[in-house]
Design a protein around this ligand. Sequence first.
Ligand code: BT5
Length: 324
Amino acid sequence: MYKEKILNLLRSSRTALISGEELARKCGISRTMVWKHIKTLERDGFVIEAVPSQGYRITAAPDLLRKNDITPGLKTKLIGKHIHLFPEIASTNTLAMEMATAGAPEGTVVIAERQTAGKGRLGRKWISPKGNLYLSVILRPHVPMHRAPLVTLMGAVAVASAIRTTCNLKAGIKWPNDILLSGKKVCGLLTEMSAEQDRIRHLVLGIGVDVNMDPEELPAGIQGLATTLAREAGAAINRTALLQQVLRDLELWYRAFLENHSAIINEWGAMNVTVGNRVAVGGAGEVLEGLAQGIDHEGRLLLRLDDGTIRTVAAGDVTILKKG
Ligand code: BT5
C-alpha cells in the first residue's frame, strides 16, 4: 500500500526530485521505511535516481503490466472486475477454464506476461514471449449453444476496435479468429466452451496480441506471416492502455451480443477483410476455393464455389488468394 503511494507520488512529480522527507510525511511513515519501499520498487524494475539531500525521481519504468495501473480508470462493470495477473503461466485459457469450472464469476480475466504452453486452435501452439498481451475472459452467456461461435467474432470486433482506438492502426478481421495488419497476423482468438446438452455452462475467450515483442522471437516459418503493433505503428505501444481499451470494448460488444446478434454481424462486416475476396478454406481434410460472400447469423462463412453452389463453413483456416 505504501509502496503504491510512493510510486504514485514519484510518478506525479515526473522529472522533479521529491525529497524522502516529503514522501515520509505524505505517507505517514518514517524515512527509513520510504527508503525500504524505494528499494522494493527498484527490485520491481523501476530505475530510481537518488540525489543526496535532495530526493528521488524515476528515470525508467519497467514494461510490466500491473493490476494497480489497469484497474483505476477502467470503468467497466463486468469485464475485468476480477483480474488475475501472472508473470508466467502455461496458458491463460487453460487456467481460466479451470477457474470457470470452479465457479469464478463472469467477467473474470486471466492475464499473463508470458505463456509456456500458449494454445492455438486444433492443438496448435501460440508462441508467447514477453512484451505482448495474453488474456482470457470468462463468459457465461444465456444463449443457445449454436450462438457460441459468434463470441469469437464478438471478441475480434472488440480487439480490432481497441487497436484502432489506441494505436490508430486500421486492424482488419480475417474470418474466423485472426486480426490482421498489412495482411499479416497480429492477433489470434481462441474460444473454448463447456456445455451440457444445448446449454452453455461457460465460455473462455482467449486473446493473444503481438504488441511489442521482438518479431525474431517467432520461429522463422511464422515470421513472414505475423507482425506486431509496435512494428506497424513505428513506436512501442503502451500495453496497459491497450489492455484497458480491449476490456472496455469487450464489455460494450459483449452487451451488444447479448441483446442483439445482428449488431455484431454488422460491425464485423464493416471491419472484416475476408468477404468479397477469393479465398481457400482448409480444415477437416478438404480445401475449398471460392468467393467469400459473407457470414450467416451464426457466424458461419458463406463460400460461393466456382460451380455457383454456396457452401456454409463452420470452421477452418482461410487464405486470401485474390482481393475482390
Ligand atoms: C489462434 O489459433 O490464432 C488462437 C491464438 C489464441 C492465443 C491466446 S493467448 C491467450 C489465450 N491463452 C492461450 O493459451 N491461447 C489464447 P490458430 O488460428 O490455430 O493459429 C495458430 C497459428 O498461428 C500457429 O500454428 C502459428 O502458425 C501462428 N502463430 C503462433 N504464435 C503466433 C504469434 N505469437 N503471432 C502470430 N502468429 C502466431
